[in-house]
Design a protein. Structure first.
Length: 116
């Protein structure tokens, strides 16, 4: 019975974690020192900004479409190293894989709370 209640409660820390992920994603090319191309940097900045924005929406009022957008952003962030050509090596690839995994897990956990 506790698992049902756990999934039925909106937790504020998830919104804050999403906003932190957005900031970290936006700054990740500069923090990792891997600023190889402008398109890669622009992608990281825009995805991070969108993660931050949707996490703010989620913190204010949770809806299913917000979780869907976070899920899509997580998948896009995980695919970005292959799309923008930095999947070979480097810390940025690892950071983006980790951020993508955390974002996807947060989005999937939110789907169980929004209802159908």
């Amino acid at each position: 019975m506790k698992s049902v209640r756990f999934f039925g409660v909106h937790r504020n820390w998830e919104g804050w974690l999403g906003m932190l992920l957005g900031i970290a994603t936006s700054l990740s090319p500069w923090i990792s020192g891997q600023m190889d191309s402008q398109s890669m940097m622009f992608n990281a900045f825009v995805v991070g900004l969108m993660l931050f924005m949707f996490a703010q929406f989620e913190a204010a009022n949770l809806h299913r479409w917000q979780e869907g957008c976070l899920l899509l952003l997580g998948v896009w962030l995980g695919a970005s190293p292959f799309i923008f050509g930095y999947s070979g090596a480097g810390p940025l690839r690892d950071w983006h894989f980790a951020f993508a995994a955390i974002t996807i897990v947060l989005a999937l956990s939110g789907f169980s709370r929004t209802g159908i």
